[in-house]
Design a protein around this ligand. Sequence first.
Ligand code: 13P
Length: 215
Amino acid sequence: MSMNPEEIRLREAMAEHGRLLFARGFSVGSAGNISARLPDGFLMTPTNSCLGRLDPARISKLDPQYRHVGGDKPSKEVFMHRAMLDARPEAGAVVHLHSTHATAIACIAAPGEEAPIPPLTPYFVMRVGRSLPVIRYYRPGNPEMEPAIAAAVRAGARAVLLANHGPVVSGKSLDDAVYAAEELEEAARLALMLHGRAARVLTPAEVDDLLETFG
Ligand code: 13P
């Protein structure tokens, strides 16, 4: 199989990000999946793979219609990734985790809620944005989640929380998507840590200033 240098770089970067996410406990067992856009399709982590031990050569390749054309069988969450990648054309990658604190918020927040984590820190706002819609519970791999995620993304969300399941986060590049997933997990941890305390949150003007300055 001939492979362009960008695809080789992205495969290696996916494996490296997976290894680091797993090493820090952002993913356990075979939970979580990562996708990245290519000029001729998509890369997707294989189903039942451990993010800590991805083999770059075995990462699944999908064609532009999301059909499996190479590597191991793709994640059962192709629909979840497709929802974001299609609804947000500038997204170059999507990261789905079951990271503990974001998932805890996903168990507390009501489906339909728009901002279950307050704007506590600038990097959460810069990486994740203004909204983090909570999507109602669907069984993992259920394609019915696709329109619900796509609608939230078309309305402006860069990331969503799946009730009782975990975050789905997009970024312009693979690095951006991973960094956003990490900021989301840390913001969730802070929100839980500060729960019940009189924490200052960023004002709407401060949030506007961050999004205008950093996009
Ligand atoms: P896959 O192993 O099929 O990627 O599924 C893992 C997961 O995180 C389900 O939500």
